[in-house]
Each structure stands twice: as structure tokens, then as C-alpha cells.
Design a protein around this ligand. Structure first.
Ligand SMILES: NC(=O)c1ccc[n+]([C@@H]2O[C@H](COP(=O)([O-])OP(=O)(O)OC[C@H]3O[C@@H](n4cnc5c(N)ncnc54)[C@H](O)[C@@H]3O)[C@@H](O)[C@H]2O)c1
Ligand SMILES: O=P(O)(O)OC[C@@H](O)[C@@H](O)[C@H](O)[C@H](O)CO
Length: 472
């Protein structure tokens, strides 16, 4: 029976408890709801920790979830069957434009945690890891904040970027009490994501205040995390599956895989949920775990996205079933592994690798390659260039990684040749470089200038782009 014919009631909070707001989240997308909100809901002290979540760009998710009192269904999709769970940790949902409410909530002393999933590009950092002064939205936000510091206000909708919004909210908190410690927990796929969040806020604060405010480190704990749970975009078919199985209408369910991991590092001087009771791990040094995840999972995802699309595939599972793509993934993992094995940490690379194969091959998770392919100019630096550069420094060739960059260059050029718009935060710059005298060197330099300056890397990428056979 079609879901539309079932006439089921709308999902509501009902008897599910409503914990008080003590966490503010920025970036109310699918991943936050599959991951941090799920860990918070399963923690032993879940009844004490409610989340007020803000979208990043548009009001739709906040509006739809508000109609359901913030409650939604988490569909855990294994290869053989779905498991349905109602999550109630989000108790308030708001649009990104509501910065007055954001500042009020972050200023509440009961709130001691801010989490972030605003995408890699949402940090507005340049290649040197500091706030990008060339970003027009950043410049506009700084002008708004400077006007506010001269006595004006910041009307809702005036701030466009996460760094400015979070700065404005934290500045409000510390204007009231300078000892109100809070933790900012970045959950985006960036290496050193806590430091990245700090750099973004520092960049805004330094211009607006003329100096680094004391609260930046005295008041804020910048937590590093490695976050892992494959969460594709929800489809209309998923809404129907939820209604058919749960007999209620949920207009905003989230579908995710059974696997989940959250590794955190850093001191929380103020209170936080006991996420460890829900399976989160706390470690002294995060970097090795983060490299394992970003290089092996996200790096292979990007490989499958570009090589897979070039070879006519749509999804991760579809591309993994292609022996050429699967063999490229294996080669990339050999490269990653050769570096990870030199790290002083128990990384269980063999087990991680075997688990990744099963996760990527899960036929029930329909993860669109085009979703992963977006913003390659930002993502490849982290996922692919980093292991190549380390391999080159250790005397290796790094060819398996260079092949991924070659696939990306072919993808970009193919898309442009077909007249398609490239889904990338630097789409204009990509088009400019692709039309330059030496497009391969220019595009490679966008991922890492060191690779464009390295004769071996440039020659390999030229050859691999030219070969074409292996990737398309
Ligand atoms: N989906 C996953 O499997 C997964 C897994 C691990 C980590 N992550 C991290 O979470 C991020 C979000 O993933 P998702 O699946 O929730 O995506 P999504 O598209 O469902 O949600 C993204 C959220 O970020 C906001 N956003 C987008 N661009 C922004 C910008 N420029 N500035 C501020 N906010 C912006 C959106 O409005 C939305 O709230 C990823 O980019 C990644 O860093 C995702
Ligand atoms: O979310 P992005 O865009 O950074 O990357 C796309 C995928 O590689 C990513 O979402 C993975 O599914 C995720 O990181 C798994 O934990």
C-alpha cells in the first residue's frame, strides 16, 4: 500500500521526555541527527541534556522538525533490514538567521556545549588554515559586527557565516560572565577540527575587537573529534518506508548505517553529557584516529565519487562493485596503511579496512556519489593530498593518491565540457584554472601547491589524466 494512503498520524513527542536545553548545535543536517543527537539520546544522563539546533542555510529542516516537536525517526539500515528508533534529544529547532535566539541560548549558563556540523567549507578558512579574508560573506559579516560594536544591533538574518554567528553568540555569553566556560565540539570532516573552529572564531574576533579576546582560550574548550557514520541524504522513499513500518508520518526521518564511531580529545572543564555511556571514546591524541578515518574512509569515498561517476556509477555500493574502482580503493588503502603503520597508536588498520569494505558494499545504503563529489577543492586537500605528501616525504611515489586527483581533474573538466555547473565552493576558480594554459598543473595546485611543484607528482597526474583507461 502506498504510504500516502495509510492516513497515519503525524509523529509527535507524546510521552517522550523533553530534556532542558544544555547543548546548542549549528548545522541541523542529517549527520547531526544520526550521530551527536543519537549519542546524546542514548547517554545514561540523556534526561539532563536537550539540544537547541540551528540550520546552516535555510529554514526548512527547522520548520518541519518543529512541527514534530523536534522528534524524528532514525532508520538504522543494515544490509538485510531496517531498525527504527525515535530520537527525542533535539528539543528546539531554529533557522540559521535567528541569531538573537542563538546569542540568548549560548549566553545561558546552563548551556555548556556547542556542537558543529556546518560542512568543511562552512568554516570559511583559507589554505593556510586562517579565516579567509577574501570571502565576501566573511567581509560583510565583519562589517555588520563592527557596526554592532559601535552601538548598533545585529538584526536576525544579518549574519551569513558560521564564524560570525558563533563569535556573536560567544561574545554575548562572555560579556555577561567571563567565567562561564563552554566547550565547542566540531563534528566536521576536517583534520584538527577543534583548532579549525577556534581559528574561524579567532579570525572574526581579532578584526572586530582589534585583539584576541581573553575568552577565546580562557573560556572556551575547543574539542577535537573524529566522527564516523555514513549518513546519506533522506529520500521520499524513506519517508514512505517509515510510515509503512511505524504507522506514523515523519516528514524528516534520517537514514544511517549500523556502524557508528565518535572519538573525542580535549578537556571539557564544564559539564557535558556522558557520551561514553553511549559508546563514544575519549583519547589523549586524536590525530592518528582522525587520519585513519579521513584518509581511508573519506579519501576512498572521494575516489569512488570521481572515478565512479566517470565510469557511469551513481552510488558508493555501485562503484565498489566495479573491479576497477575497487582495485583503485585497495591501492589507496595500501598507501594510507604504509603511513598509518608508522604512527604510534593502536589503529587496528586491518580490521578498519575490512569493516570499510562491508560498509561501502552495503547495498541498502544508497549514498549518492554526487553528494560526496561536492566541494572537491576543499575536501581533497585533507583526504588525499595529506597522505601523498607524507609518502613523498618518506621517499614513496604516492601514485595511488595522485590517481584520485587525476580522476577529480577529469571529472571537473568533463563537467565543464558538458556545460554542467560544478558543485564546489570554488566553482569559479575551478573554471578559471580549467581554462588556463596548463589546466592540469593549475588544478593540481589548487589541491596542494607542493604537489604541483613536485615534478614526479605533476608528471604522474598528467599521465593519469591522459591515460583515462583506468578511470573511465
Ligand atoms: N553525512 C555523513 O555521512 C557525515 C559523516 C561524518 C561527518 N559529516 C560532517 O557533517 C557535515 C554535514 O553533513 P550532513 O550529512 O549533515 O549534510 P546536510 O546537507 O544534511 O547538512 C549540512 C548542514 O550544514 C549546513 N551548511 C551547509 N553549508 C553551510 C555553510 N556554508 N555554512 C554554514 N552551514 C552550512 C546546512 O544548512 C545543514 O544544516 C559534513 O559536511 C561533514 O563535515 C557528515
Ligand atoms: O560529508 P562530507 O561531504 O564531508 O563527505 C562525504 C562522505 O565522505 C562523508 O559524509 C562520509 O559518509 C562520512 O564522513 C562517514 O563518516
Amino acid at each position: 500500500m502506498s504510504a500516502a494512503l495509510l492516513g497515519s498520524p503525524r509523529l509527535r513527542r507524546g510521552d517522550l521526555s523533553r530534556p532542558p536545553v544544555r547543548i546548542v548545535h549549528l548545522g541541523l543536517g542529517a549527520f547531526h541527527r544520526a550521530h551527536q543527537a543519537w549519542y546524546t539520546a542514548r547517554a545514561a544522563d540523556a534526561s539532563e541534556w536537550g539540544i537547541a539546533a540551528f540550520t546552516g542555510r535555510g529554514p526548512e529542516t527547522a520548520r518541519v522538525l518543529a512541527e514534530q516537536d523536534g522528534v524524528y525517526t532514525l532508520v538504522e539500515r543494515g544490509a538485510a533490514h531496517d531498525r527504527f528508533e525515535i530520537i527525542g534529544s533535539i528539543v528546539e529547532t531554529r533557522d540559521a538567521s535567528e541569531t538573537t535566539a542563538l546569542r540568548r541560548l549560548v549566553s545561558d549558563p546552563a548551556v555548556t556545549v556547542v556542537t558543529l556540523t556546518v560542512t568543511e567549507k562552512g568554516y570559511r578558512l583559507g589554505p593556510d588554515g586562517t579565516l579567509d579574508p577574501g570571502d565576501a560573506d566573511v567581509r560583510a559579516d565583519i562589517a555588520t559586527l563592527q557596526a554592532a560594536s559601535r552601538g548598533g544591533g545585529v538584526p536576525d538574518g544579518a549574519l551569513r557565516t558560521m564564524p560570525a554567528r558563533l563569535f556573536w553568540a560567544l561574545d554575548g555569553r562572555f560579556a555577561l560572565r567571563d567565567d562561564a566556560i563552554i566547550a565547542v565540539v566540531s563534528c566536521d570532516n576536517l583534520p584538527g577540527n577543534g583548532a579549525a573552529a577556534r581559528a574561524a572564531i579567532e579570525g572574526v574576533a581579532t578584526v572586530v575587537h582589534g585583539s584576541v579576546p581573553a575568552w577565546l582560550d580562557a573560556g572556551v574548550d575547543w574539542i577535537e573529534t573524529s566522527i564516523d557514520r555514513i549518513t546519506p541524504r533522506t529520500t521520499t522513499r524513506d519517508l514512505a518506508i517509515v510510515e509503512e513500518n511505524c504507522r506514523y508520518v515523519d516528514r524528516s526521518p534520517v537514514v544511517t548505517e549500523p556502524f557508528s564511531s565518535w572519538i573525542l580529545s580535549g578537556e571539557f572543564r564544564a559539564a557535558r553529557p556522558s557520551w561514553e555511556t553511549a559508546g563514544a571514546e575519549f583519547v589523549e591524541e586524536l590525530a592518528p584516529f582522525e587520519s585513519r578515518k579521513l584518509w581511508m574512509l573519506n579519501g576512498a569515498h572521494s575516489l569512488l565519487a570521481y572515478a565512479g561517476i566517470l565510469r557511469g556509477h551513481d552510488t558508493v555500493a555501485g562503484a565498489m562493485a566495479d573491479p576497477i574502482c575497487a582495485s583503485m580503493v585497495n591501492d589507496l588503502w595500501d598507501l594510507d596503511e604504509s603511513i598509518l603503520r608508522t604512527f604510534d597508536a593502536e589503529l587496528a588498520v586491518d580490521e578498519y579496512r575490512a569493516a570499510l569494505v562491508a560498509r561501502f558494499e552495503n547495498p541498502a545504503i544508497v549514498h549518492q556519489l554526487r553528494q560526496i563529489a561536492a566541494d572537491g577543492s576543499v575536501k581533497l586537500r585533507v583526504r588525499i593530498a595529506d597522505p601523498i605528501l607524507r609518502a613523498r616525504a618518506a621517499g614513496g611515489a604516492g601514485d595511488a593518491g595522485l590517481r584520485v586527483i587525476a580522476a577529480w581533474i577529469r571529472f571537473v573538466r568533463d563537467e565543464l565540457a558538458r556545460g554542467h555547473a560544478i558543485d564546489d565552493v570554488a566553482a569559479d576558480e575551478l573554471a578559471r584554472r580549467a581554462a588556463s594554459e596548463d589546466p592540469i598543473a593549475a588544478l593540481l595546485g589548487m589541491i596542494a601547491s607542493e604537489l604541483a611543484d613536485d615534478p614526479h607528482s605533476l608528471a604522474r597526474v598528467r599521465a593519469q589524466v591522459g591515460e583515462g583507461v583506468a578511470i573511465g
